[in-house]
Design a binder for this molecule. Structure first.
Ligand SMILES: Cc1cc2nc3c(=O)[nH]c(=O)nc-3n(C[C@H](O)[C@H](O)[C@H](O)COP(=O)(O)OP(=O)(O)OC[C@H]3O[C@@H](n4cnc5c(N)ncnc54)[C@H](O)[C@@H]3O)c2cc1C
Length: 381
């Protein structure tokens, strides 16, 4: 009863989900402990996901994608999130692909999308800098035109897929005199690129298998034809127009994590006993689980509606921002109860709910902080 059949499911998607679930259970779950210990998932699993058609599932086949829609993407997000697998930065990878699909030139799309879909290239998006996170207009990484190249200097921090990324969509200032019109996105192919350096794995509270790093650019030369869309100064506009897609991904992951945590907690509390009966039979446990299941169901209903809306091209930034802040705040509450109901075991990384609890904290911070989400919503009122 915790996981319901979504309104957008079809028979075809149900078969797809079975295949995805089998792959995730057989080839990813057993690897998670190793991935967490070394702080990255490795390139092989990306290649494998590419072979199976799971990357860029909603990118048209003419660009090497699977030709599905956002629901196919959702299936993979859900199957990963329910199992607490936070290492594969597939959300960011897909967002990078969508920047190319929505804003790239035909050449850029043909050159990079098939390689993202096959897993040959792993995508990253580099916006945040040490002195500029929520307020992106404060970025300092500069790209100065020099003939048919840009020369880039600066650094980025907290970059998901930073260690493995072969393709970085890099947000830079191309004109320091102009405010919003001075920002551009450069498509940076990182292999053997002089002046490009990846920092150490960042020591995070959670998401230990995710290769989040700093990136450094020191007189790094990028071909001028690699400015996204072929025209300077459109970076902020490009970033803004893809926000609903990015925010709904975080919300989808949040709901699926709630459902996975609840299923596990129901199972655990039935097996564990105290004072002569299963923990699940105490009224407190029953009420806490009932409350959490209600939150998960409300979140599921809202997010399913957002998924339908994005498939039909009508999800707006305000609604996606509501989904992002609310589901991630609720996720934290639900996980806190799940940890509590596990007692001391809930604090041990060996247990799914402990890993989920630590992994989830950042979802209220990244993808735009929840405070910024509320700013966006308030502005629309
Ligand atoms: C694990 C992880 C992965 C990440 N992945 C990426 C990535 O792949 N690419 C990328 O570019 N970035 C990434 N980030 C960066 C993330 O998006 C930023 O951390 C986030 O946008 C907040 O920026 P900041 O850390 O500079 O915080 P700040 O902007 O300094 O904010 C600090 C606090 O002030 C609040 N605040 C700021 N402005 C306002 C306001 N106007 N009103 C009210 N409160 C406000 C914030 O909500 C927050 O609570 C990642 C971060 C983490 C931790």
């Amino acid at each position: 009863m915790i996981e319901t059949v979504s309104s957008w499911m079809t028979d075809e998607l149900a078969i797809y989900r079975d295949n995805v679930a089998r792959f995730v259970a057989a080839e990813m779950v057993p690897m998670d402990a190793l991935w967490r210990s070394r702080h990255h998932v490795g390139r092989e699993i990306w290649r494998r996901a590419g072979e199976l058609g799971l990357l860029c599932a909603d990118i048209p086949t003419e660009y090497g994608g699977a030709g599905g829609d956002f629901r196919h993407e959702v299936v993979l997000y859900e199957e990963l999130a329910r199992r607490g697998l936070s290492g594969l930065g597939q959300g960011v990878h897909s967002i990078a692909a969508h920047y190319l699909l929505n804003h790239g030139t035909e050449r850029q799309q043909r050159e990079y999308l098939p390689r993202l879909a096959s897993g040959e290239l792993i995508g990253a998006i580099a916006m945040t800098e040490p002195a500029a996170g929520s307020d992106l207009r404060g970025i300092r990484t500069r790209a100065i035109r020099d003939g048919d190249h840009y020369v880039v200097n600066g650094s980025k921090i907290f970059i998901t897929n930073g260690y493995l990324a072969g393709l970085v969509l890099l947000v830079v200032k191309t004109d320091s005199e102009r405010d919003s019109k001075g920002v551009s996105i450069l498509i940076v192919e990182t292999a053997d690129l002089a002046g490009y350096r990846v920092g150490d794995f960042l020591d995070k509270l959670g998401q230990k298998a995710q290769d989040t790093t700093e990136l450094f650019f020191d007189d790094m030369r990028v071909p001028a034809e690699n400015v996204l869309g072929g025209e300077e100064g459109r970076g902020l506009h490009q970033l803004m127009s893809d926000l609903p897609y990015e925010r709904i991904i975080v919300a989808v992951q949040a709901v699926a994590t709630m459902e996975g945590a609840l299923t596990e907690t129901v199972r655990y509390t039935r097996e564990r006993s105290a004072f002569g009966k299963p923990i699940a039979e105490f009224q407190n446990t029953r009420f806490k689980l009932a409350e959490a299941a209600t939150i998960a169901r409300i979140a599921r209903t809202f997010v399913d509606r957002c998924i339908e809306d994005i498939v039909n091209g009508r999800l707006d930034t305000t609604t996606a921002s509501m989904a992002k802040w609310w589901t991630t705040d609720m996720l934290q509450q639900v996980l806190d109860e799940c940890v509590q109901l596990h007692g001391g075991y809930g604090y041990m990384n060996e247990y799914l709910v402990a890993r989920m609890f630590a992994d989830a904290r950042v979802t209220r911070i990244y993808g735009g902080t929840n405070e910024i989400m509320k700013e966006v919503i308030a502005r629309s009122l």
